[in-house]
Design a protein around this ligand. Structure first.
Ligand SMILES: CC(C)(COP(=O)(O)OP(=O)(O)OC[C@H]1O[C@@H](n2cnc3c(N)ncnc32)[C@H](O)[C@@H]1OP(=O)(O)O)[C@@H](O)C(=O)NCCC(=O)NCCS
Length: 187
């Protein structure tokens, strides 16, 4: 019989203290540190659900809504939003907490597509998902919709790459902050 698991069975929280070596020249925490923590949380959550080694296949847009300060506690809340056949989508919310004031700010949200692998590095089927709460059903359905959006985006992106014609776009480029120099003619 096919295996199904609840969302709560693999929900993961990772909390890490932001130490001075994580900061950039401006004194704020590097975006890459937050991304790396998000990837760890996605792996922990996905591999728990799949009971297998998982790789990151894709990461959706990550907007940095608020900066993170040294000394803050960053927590990553990860849960499986959607399962396909061998892939699953983990939604991750990052929040930063100031330990003195106990104020909490939302810093990022993103969606990681993870693929479960066997020992021979071949994708393997992941368990299905039992959707209990309204939130779980909403997240699953919205992940399905985002998958469709991404498919359309890829098609449009391929079209943009194929259809570039310098003469056609010259008027658009003239309105931008660039200087257009004619390329020397080659013999
Ligand atoms: C991700 C990877 C395993 C996919 O391999 P593949 O040969 O395309 O495998 P498949 O075509 O069978 O796809 C497997 C699943 O991944 C999904 N997938 C593949 N590429 C994807 C992408 N770019 N975005 C979202 N999903 C993707 C497919 O839709 C499929 O999902 P499903 O089984 O739920 O329908 C392969 O590209 C890979 O190993 N990439 C490198 C991963 C890596 O090194 N990550 C960083 C370190 S962990």
């Amino acid at each position: 019989m096919e295996d199904f698991k609840t969302v709560s069975a693999s929900q993961t929280i990772i909390t890490e203290l932001m130490i001075p070596s994580y900061s950039n020249f401006g004194g704020k925490i590097h975006g890459g540190i937050i991304l790396s923590l998000m990837d760890k949380a996605a792996y922990a959550c996905a591999s728990k659900h799949a009971q297998a080694y998982c790789v990151t296949a894709s990461i959706d847009t990550v907007d940095f809504i608020a900066s993170v300060e040294v000394g803050e506690l960053v927590s990553l809340f990860a849960s499986v939003n959607y399962v396909g056949r061998t892939s699953l989508i983990v939604g991750i919310k990052a929040v930063a907490e100031n330990v003195k004031t106990l104020s909490v700010k939302h810093t990022n949200t993103s969606y990681f597509t993870m693929v479960a692998m066997d020992e021979n590095h071949k994708p393997i089927q992941v368990p299905g998902l039992i959707l209990q709460s309204h939130e779980e059903k909403r997240r699953f359905y919205q992940a399905l919709q985002r998958k469709e959006l991404k498919k359309n985006f890829r098609k449009e992106e391929a079209r943009i790459k194929l259809e570039f014609d310098e003469k056609e776009v010259i008027d658009i480029l003239k309105k931008e902050r660039c200087i257009l120099i004619a390329e020397p003619k080659s013999d």
